[in-house]
Design a protein around this ligand. Structure first.
Ligand SMILES: [Zn+2]
Length: 162
């Protein structure tokens, strides 16, 4: 993705009030490997249930605030990320929910996505970090794995925006 500055990230949020996004603490971005990422995400150091994700879209970056929850029903099951399709043992994925943008969000409507709890999907797709339960036997090559993350992300972000 294209490199972003802290201010661009703060301005990109679509499901958070302007006053909150202006005050948002964005990580220091020096040394971020932008070209190897399909999105930039981080979790709040003080509140691990809060995460932030910024995706690049044709008309500019879009940021979404996420709440991570773990459902007890999934407690004993392994789970698969909906973006990079990495399999995780218990606790390795989380259900991320995002308030929708605009009026829908003010009414409390949200959308959800099961994804890697550490949001390291870009690195898993590029095999830069090892999959926790071993690599799936799949036929997709690198470009196809990246395209799958990008498509999944685009679908999630569109559901937030529309
Ligand atoms: Zn993932």
């Amino acid at each position: 993705m294209k490199p972003l500055a802290q201010d661009e990230i703060r301005r990109a949020f679509v499901n958070m009030s302007k006053s909150r996004s202006r005050a948002l603490s964005v990580p220091v971005l020096d040394g971020v490997d932008w070209e190897d990422r399909d999105f930039y995400a981080w979790t709040d150091g003080r509140d691990l249930s809060r995460a932030y994700l910024v995706a690049q879209r044709p008309d500019g970056p879009v940021g979404v605030e996420l709440r991570a929850t773990r459902r007890t029903a999934d407690f004993r099951r392994k789970s698969i990320c909906g973006l990079c399709y990495t399999s995780h043992p218990v606790g390795g994925t989380a259900l991320f929910s995002a308030l929708k943008g605009g009026r829908e969000g003010r009414l409390g409507n949200s959308v959800g996505l099961y994804a890697c709890r550490n949001l390291a999907c870009s690195a898993y797709a590029r095999k830069k970090i090892a999959a926790p339960m071993g690599q799936m036997d799949e036929t997709l090559d690198l470009d196809e794995r990246i395209a799958r993350v990008v498509q999944g992300l685009e679908a999630f972000v569109s559901r937030i925006l529309h």
